[in-house]
Design a protein around this ligand. Structure first.
Ligand SMILES: [Zn+2]
Ligand SMILES: [Zn+2]
Length: 167
């Protein structure tokens, strides 16, 4: 994904809006296979300051993965705010700046770095996904099952009996 920086270079100090989008390949993140549903969009403002361009805005992406609880496809909408510096000269002033040449920057690395930093710890199809029944394996989001979750041999059954006695 390329971000044209020419306008910001020509009018330093001016906050210029931009919007770009690009396709990213599927990837693996801590054991989860993830893919993007459609292009990743990046929009915001860029400002030329000396040799540097500050770029701030938000990254929008739809991620497809497999729900950690029910294994169905989970679609996750990400909106990640970011603020980065692009420079032609690496300097001590901006050790985290991304480098660019000419009048445009390849922002793939910046986009992926911000995405990875903000991925959810666990991929879920919805916050209250009931998951698969550990006894019969049914998807409890689709149909309730008759399994007693507190089976006599479960370690929780002993706890439950303990609380019963106290009531
Ligand atoms: Zn789920
Ligand atoms: Zn069940």
């Amino acid at each position: 994904m390329e971000l044209p920086l020419g306008a910001a270079q020509k009018t330093p100090g001016e906050r210029l809006p931009f919007e770009v989008e690009g396709e990213f390949a599927a990837f693996e993140f801590s054991g989860d296979a993830l893919a993007f549903d459609g292009p990743v969009k990046v929009r915001g403002f860029m400002t030329g300051i000396g040799e540097d361009i500050t770029v701030e805005g938000q990254i929008e992406a739809l991620l497809l993965g497999s729900c950690a609880r029910c294994l169905q496809t989970a679609k996750i909408a990400l909106r990640i705010p970011f603020a980065e510096v692009f420079t032609r000269q690496p300097s001590e002033e901006h050790p985290d700046a991304f480098l660019f040449e000419g009048a445009k920057a390849d922002i793939d690395e910046m986009v992926l770095a911000n995405l990875f930093m903000n991925l959810p710890m666990q991929i879920l199809c919805k916050g209250d996904c009931k998951g698969l029944c550990p006894v019969c394996g049914k998807d409890r989001n689709r149909e309730p099952c008759d399994c007693d979750q507190m089976r006599a041999d479960s370690p929780f059954a002993a706890l439950r009996n303990l609380f019963k006695d106290e009531q």
